[in-house]
Design a protein around this ligand. Structure first.
Ligand SMILES: NC(=O)c1ccc[n+]([C@@H]2O[C@H](COP(=O)([O-])OP(=O)(O)OC[C@H]3O[C@@H](n4cnc5c(N)ncnc54)[C@H](O)[C@@H]3O)[C@@H](O)[C@H]2O)c1
Length: 257
């Protein structure tokens, strides 16, 4: 990759686990970590796109091809199995990026109990259980960085996907609660919040000229924030350079607030 971004010596050979790494922001995070020389494992339900991510990492000259485990994150036993495999295959995991989510649109009047549970499970529950599965060996290593990808949608009061925005608001609760729990063991927990990052899915499913105009009007920066730019904040938080930061949330949103 013609990468003009920073290199982090502490990320070389570091072991990382990323959820939702097949597409969008998660794929950029996998690729950017791999470009730093990290040893990365990722989970996703999209096997074809996972293969594409691995091929891109290899084509870009990554020292280690990422490992992939097919997981539907609605199934916590599958996630726990993949965490165990990653610990065994990588010899431990000291970076966790909780990223996978689903921003499907819906009206608050139509939310059934089943759909409410599904929205919480796809956008929130697996974040906690990935931490539960991976934190014990971070505690043992006295080294860990957990980065939870949130969303500024609830701060913007966006009202077209309440089951998503409400779940995303609780990502901040996971970060602050677990930062206090894990801090004494030198395990850090932070949130990074995208504003609008036009991924393939965003552009295919939700893009409209009016939507983009409104976003540009809101943003101080009048440009699209790329997944690669977004990933840089994740790299910084994964690296030892951010060793003093925990329990924080960082916006990468082009200055909407
Ligand atoms: N792109 C944006 O503008 C934006 C804005 C705000 C927040 N975010 C947040 O950024 C993160 C990444 O978003 P994105 O835009 O890259 O999304 P995306 O839809 O492009 O990618 C999500 C990835 O997660 C995977 N995934 C979804 N459900 C899964 C499941 N049940 N099991 C396994 N894998 C599953 C998908 O297959 C996909 O690879 C999410 O946490 C999202 O809430 C994105």
């Amino acid at each position: 990759m013609p990468n003009h971004f920073a290199s982090y010596p502490s990320l070389a050979e570091r072991t990382a686990f990323v959820t939702g790494g097949a597409d969008g922001i998660g794929a950029a995070i996998v690729q950017q970590l791999a470009a730093q020389g990290s040893r990365v494992a990722f989970v996703d339900k999209n096997v074809d796109y996972a293969q594409r991510t691995i091929e891109r990492c290899v084509a870009e000259g990554a020292a280690h091809a990422p490992l992939f485990y097919e997981v539907d994150l609605l199934d916590i036993a599958q996630l726990q199995g993949a965490c165990e495999s990653a610990i065994a295959d990588l010899g431990g995991v000291t970076v966790l990026v909780n990223n996978a989510a689903s921003d499907d649109r819906h009206d608050w009047r139509d939310i059934s109990v089943e759909y409410w549970n599904e929205r919480m499970n796809v956008n929130l529950r697996h974040y906690f259980f990935a931490i539960q599965a991976l934190a014990p060996q971070m505690i043992e290593a006295r080294l860990g960085s957990i980065v939870n990808i949130g969303s500024s949608s609830y701060m913007m009061q966006e009202d077209f996907f309440p089951g998503y925005a409400i779940a995303k608001s609780a990502v901040e609760g996971i970060t602050r609660t677990m930062a206090r729990t894990l801090g004494p063991h030198n395990v850090r927990v932070n949130t990074v919040l995208p504003g609008w990052v036009p991924t393939e899915r965003q552009l295919t499913k939700w893009w409209s000229p009016e939507g983009e105009r409104a976003t540009m009007n809101d943003q101080a920066l009048k440009k699209r924030i790329t997944p690669e730019e977004f990933a840089q904040m994740v790299l910084f938080l994964a690296a030892d350079d951010s060793g003093g930061c925990t329990a924080q949330q960082f916006l990468v949103d082009g200055g909407r607030f």
